[in-house]
Ligand binder design. Sequence first.
Ligand code: 3HC
Length: 703
Amino acid sequence: MSEQALVRFDVEDGIGVITVDNPPVNALSPGVPEGIIAALEHGEADPGVKAMVLMGAGRSFIAGADIRQFGKPRAAPARRTYDVLDQGSKPIVAAIHGFALGGGLENALACHYRIAVPSAKVGLPEVLIGILPGGGGTQRLPRLIGPKAAMEMIVSGRHVAAAEAKTLGIVDEVVEGKDLRKEAVAYARGIAERRPLPRVRDMSERLAEAKADPGMFEAMRKSIARKARNQIAPYHCIAAVEAAVSEPFDEGVKTERRLFAELENSDQARGLRYAFFAEREVSKIPDLPKDAPLPEIKSVAVIGAGTMGGGIAMCFADFGMSVKVLEASAEAMAKGLQRVRDNYATSVKRGSLKQGEMDKRLPRIQAVESYEAIADCDLVIEAVFEEMEVKKQVFERLDAVMKPGALLYTNSSALDIDAIAAVTRRPELVAGTHFFSPANVMKLLEVVVGKKSSPTTIATAMKLGRSIGKIAAWAGNTDGFVANRSRAPMVTESNLMIEEGAAPEDVDKVMVDFGYPMGPFAVGDLAGLDISYASRRRRAAADPNYRKLPIPDRLVELGRKGQKTGAGWYRYEPGDRTPRPDPEVKRVIQEVAKEMGIAQRAFTPEEILRRLLFASVNEACKIVEEGKALRASDVDVMWLHGFGFPRYRGGLMFWADQIGSKAVYDQIETWHQRYGARWRPSNLLRAVAQKGGQLREIKAAGV
Ligand code: 3HC
């Protein structure tokens, strides 16, 4: 594409209008900055041009640098747009609609004036991809809005809506008119003669705020310590803003560039960039064109007001949709609604939700008393007790009462979707929508595809997920579907390592150091050990070869069901959620190991980590090989949003690639020899390892 096409320049009413046109989001891909510079020079040289406007075509201003270019070798540009904007002699107005993010906002900050439509959003989200604003943003924003507010925006990476941007001082005016170009040209004419040009780089007044509050940087470091644990970029962001205060502008820009260069090719930035694109890839499903028409969903029902059903209903209410909820008894309904109210009330108490917002959301959840009351809904999500017979009864009933064409989804976390669909006369309209607990918080939604589910049924569930803020991922109908099936071997290995002599607190420490918010045993205590106990019982009854896990079984039989009973893998003081290692657990472990004749030994942190995660890497390869997941990168997205895998490590498969597919395979093969069948390497893993390929790139056949 020629530079001409990426950036246009035309003159209207004495105003030079520079329009960036690089769909879909006007990223600053190669050619765009050059095009902007050429246009600026053109406008500067034309005596008929009194002022200029910088704007974007299509749905956005400029969403930032082209992320795909990071990590690739590239020459430093001869001139940067920011410098050319600064050096110009004619006023330039940035006219913002859609998004002005990263390098997009940085260009706007180098303009002399900024106007925005009410729906516009601005931000410096670079930290979210492991870098920092590298186009002067860390130097200009503090000069414009003060170091504290700038630091908060840069360290959080959040999007700021136009109204707030005006209050903060980022934009000069919010313009209401429908035609932004017309508004911008009029605005530019209004300021065309004004001198001197307000250049943000020359502003210094707001920087004095740091003199009055010199502890702000240290306070910021402290406040992010928990969330930003193990991460570099947030701290580099703070250091860059600190430089804005302590160094002259040009020196500060050099510091920013140095810090940026340290981050760009770091493992963390590569992991986060990978996660960004994997999250976009996961929404793409084969056999359905992106723009295929989907049924409009105007009314939704949820069956069951238990923990999951209530959480799912909250998802709809949170996104402004009404939802009808049906329960078997008035008592269960009252309990469920109370739980929802309590959840919202906790958020209000914590300050993450306004009371007024809670008052709007609650009435969107409407209790109904009969199937007939939901018959007209376009879509139902069943979230009743996880037992096949119960689910079948519900689906028979739904099939009988729901209007023709209504979509029927099940929130089962493990049951066979085909068996559920088979009791209906509309199996093509049945699929799984597997939410993760707590449903209103966790972002992952597995859309589970039955043999007969139609592409439209699947695509509608994916779209619905996105409309309630979820990351929806296609999953095959296999035991545990994709997320839980890929995680199960990790859970098994954590238990088996305990039998061999690793302490629960050692395993948890390794995983917390790795970046998880909690270790697997502490998570088990939080969830309740009785849940997995019951499912082990079911499995053992169904499969004579099932490998029992006597240690957690015995803990439950001793009444140690986790936090709720004050003891599980750890013990807990009343009213305190801190897990404390317990000699009683040690005794149980030793007792079981002795009975089973398992020798006790020490584990290194590396062995613990690899044994846990390699088991899952192997399983994930098998899942993709069987076509039950579309891509390895989908599994990564599931681990990020279903299980709290540290995002800056990209995901399970991305992490494994850092070790190398061959090294992973060799280790798995060694453990296969030592521990037997459960470590049988996946054929696909072997094939990728032999070629020295990347695990994160593997895909199911035909994808
Ligand atoms: N670079 C390259 N591609 C990008 C991109 C970017 N900055 N932003 C979005 N895209 C691509 C997406 O990959 C997607 O491609 P696909 O259709 O092939 O999958 C397409 O644009 C549409 O993106 P979304 O699906 O995300 O569209 P939404 O409308 O949901 O969201 C958005 C739009 C809010 C702009 C979102 O895409 C986003 O957050 N983008 C990243 C913004 C960002 O991080 N900017 C900073 C970049 S770093 C920088 O500027 C460095 C500078 O300081 C020097």
